[in-house]
Design a protein around this ligand. Structure first.
Ligand SMILES: [Zn+2]
Length: 182
């Protein structure tokens, strides 16, 4: 499967001159909802996560809200295990809703790894409930920095972000692109 081709066709991977939520500029933008809205494509990539972890005795698959819920659900469905999520509550992330994960082997998943913040919060929330982290996996890894844990990604692309004052696209007067789907 040519994942980059798929991501471009679905307009998940967009090329242009983008202002990210962080205020930084970038040549690439990942619009994750262009894949999450397509169950067949999402499920194909989730299959790769399933294959990576199918012999690891996973009990639960948990992702951070919002997109992580979709990924966790489909990976868990294909594995035949339970699924839950970690949600924001009072400025932190928790695994609530009565999900009984104490002593269980948890695979933590998400759609796009950008800074790792949501995953790190989810790992903390799972450990707080006594869950045992058995692995971490994402569909798209666009995080260019080393994170304090290993993880599997179905697709990786290191994307450079620029301070507006040092943005080469601004220097070339490339017009700003609209963020897709907004
Ligand atoms: Zn720029």
């Amino acid at each position: 499967m040519d994942i980059e081709k798929l991501l471009r066709e679905l307009r998940v991977l967009q090329e242009g001159h983008f202002v990210l939520n962080s205020g930084l500029h970038s040549r690439y933008y990942f619009q994750k909802f262009r894949i999450l809205e397509n169950p067949d494509a999402t499920s194909k990539l989730c299959r790769l996560i399933v294959e990576e972890y199918q012999n690891k005795n996973i009990d639960w698959v948990i992702g951070p809200t919002t997109g992580g819920i979709v990924i966790a659900f489909d990976v868990a469905r294909q594995m035949g295990v339970n699924t839950g999520f970690a949600e924001e509550r009072g400025g932190r992330r928790i695994v609530g809703r009565g999900f009984e994960i104490e002593g269980k082997r948890i695979l933590v998943v998400d759609d796009v790894m950008t800074t790792g913040k949501s995953i790190i919060e989810t790992l903390d929330a799972v450990r707080e409930k006594g869950g045992d982290i058995a692995g971490v996996a994402v569909l798209i890894d666009r995080c260019g920095v080393q994170l304090p844990f290993g993880y599997y990604a179905t697709y990786r692309k290191v994307v450079e972000n620029f301070e507006p004052a040092n943005c080469p696209l601004c220097k070339e007067n490339v017009p700003l692109s609209r963020l897709g789907g907004k």
